[in-house]
Design a protein around this ligand. Structure first.
Ligand code: TRP
Length: 353
């Protein structure tokens, strides 16, 4: 019995000790929890006050069209309330048409923990897509995002990529060429063999030309170096030249104009900027507007109002008819009355050259 009592008193002491320890532990833990909670709140408040959203822009190369798109993107972000240095940080890169630069720059933009990446022109968008499968990418003017392997479905992209496609009204452009140069029998396609965007557009354009009874000759150039000579050669074989939304050709448009003018061959383009550099005509999408639309989509993602996977790729259904009246005169072309009325007449702008 005494033994039992002894044990009980020991047991009581032990229980009391355990209770005291438990109380200390619980109290301390509760205190620590409260402290952490307060700290946590302070930390969240300070980061959200100073956090700058990060946007990485990768432009393939500089030519007037892409420069206008770039301006549209930045202007629209500002309009949507994203002011540089205040609540947004923009990392700007230009790949200067160099594949290895594009790859390195894409890595850098991803490593900077950009919230949104914008790829202007197909090769830039492809480089970004190779660098990340998670950071949202907005396509700035990619002609054919499916052919470029960037999205599976234009309406439901499904992954981290969406944006703006600048697919122009190709058949209408060829028809415009036929209308301005009615005696034409052969059209020559001038484009870079390296640009997937051009390949797909040239296919569509060739079908449209053949449907109008024109013969098609294709002249893919391996690089800028071959452009002058190719224009000379093709001018002997074709009645007019057609250029798709090709970055290499856009970059060298003054050379194209110079050679084609010498040979008396008009050039039908896919964008107004190239008509202002001496092309004859186009039905094109306004490049600045393309940039605005790209900026809108980037802003939507930054605001958490949309995710690329479920944002359809934006396409334009109309374009403006643009004719270079100076060039029409140079080739002795009379602009038909309906076009005189409905088209926008421009002249070659030296600043664009
Ligand atoms: N669509 C082109 C691409 O996918 C880029 C582009 C936009 C472009 N506007 C242009 C190319 C004007 C030539 C001219 O790469």
């Amino acid at each position: 019995m005494s033994n039992e009592n002894h044990q009980t008193s020991h047991g009581k002491a032990l229980t009391a000790t355990i209770i005291v320890i438990a109380l200390i532990l619980v109290g301390g833990f509760t205190y620590e929890l409260g402290r952490r909670h307060a700290l946590g709140n302070a930390k969240t408040a300070s980061t959200s006050q100073h956090a700058l959203k990060r946007v990485g822009i990768l432009q393939y190369v500089s030519h007037p069209a892409l420069d206008q798109i770039h301006k549209g993107v930045v202007d629209e972000l500002k309009k949507e309330g994203f002011v540089e240095g205040k609540n947004i940080q923009i990392f700007d890169q230009n790949g200067q048409a160099d594949q290895s630069k594009l790859a390195t720059m894409s890595e850098q933009l991803v490593n900077k923990k950009s919230d949104v990446l914008v790829g202007i022109a197909t090769p830039a968008a492809q480089a970004l897509a190779n660098a990340t499968t998670t950071t949202p990418i907005v396509l700035g003017a990619v002609t054919d995002p499916v052919a470029a392997g960037l999205v599976h479905d234009m309406k439901a992209p499904g992954k981290n990529i969406t944006g703006v496609s600048d697919q122009p009204p190709v058949a209408a452009e060829i028809k415009l060429g036929k209308q301005l140069i009615p005696q034409a029998k052969t059209v020559g396609m001038l484009y870079a063999s390296t640009e997937v965007n051009s390949k797909s557009q040239v296919e569509t354009a060739s079908k449209a030309a053949e449907a109008l009874g024109l013969k098609v000759e294709k002249f893919p150039v391996p690089s800028t170096n071959e452009i002058a000579q190719t224009v000379q050669v093709m001018s002997d074989k074709c009645d007019f030249i057609y250029t798709p939304l090709d970055n290499t050709i856009a970059n060298a448009m003054p050379t194209v104009t110079e050679e084609a003018n010498k040979k008396g061959r008009p050039v039908i383009n896919s964008v107004d900027t190239m008509v202002k550099q001496g092309g004859l005509a186009t039905i094109g999408v306004n490049q600045y507007q393309l940039g605005i639309q790209t900026g809108k989509m980037a802003a939507q993602i930054l605001k958490g109002k949309g995710k690329p996977a479920t944002m359809p790729v934006y396409t334009f259904s109309t374009g403006d008819t643009i004719i270079n009246k100076e060039q029409a005169q140079h080739f002795g072309i009379t602009i038909p009355a309906d076009l005189q009325k409905n088209a926008k007449l421009v002249t070659t702008e030296v600043g664009q050259q």
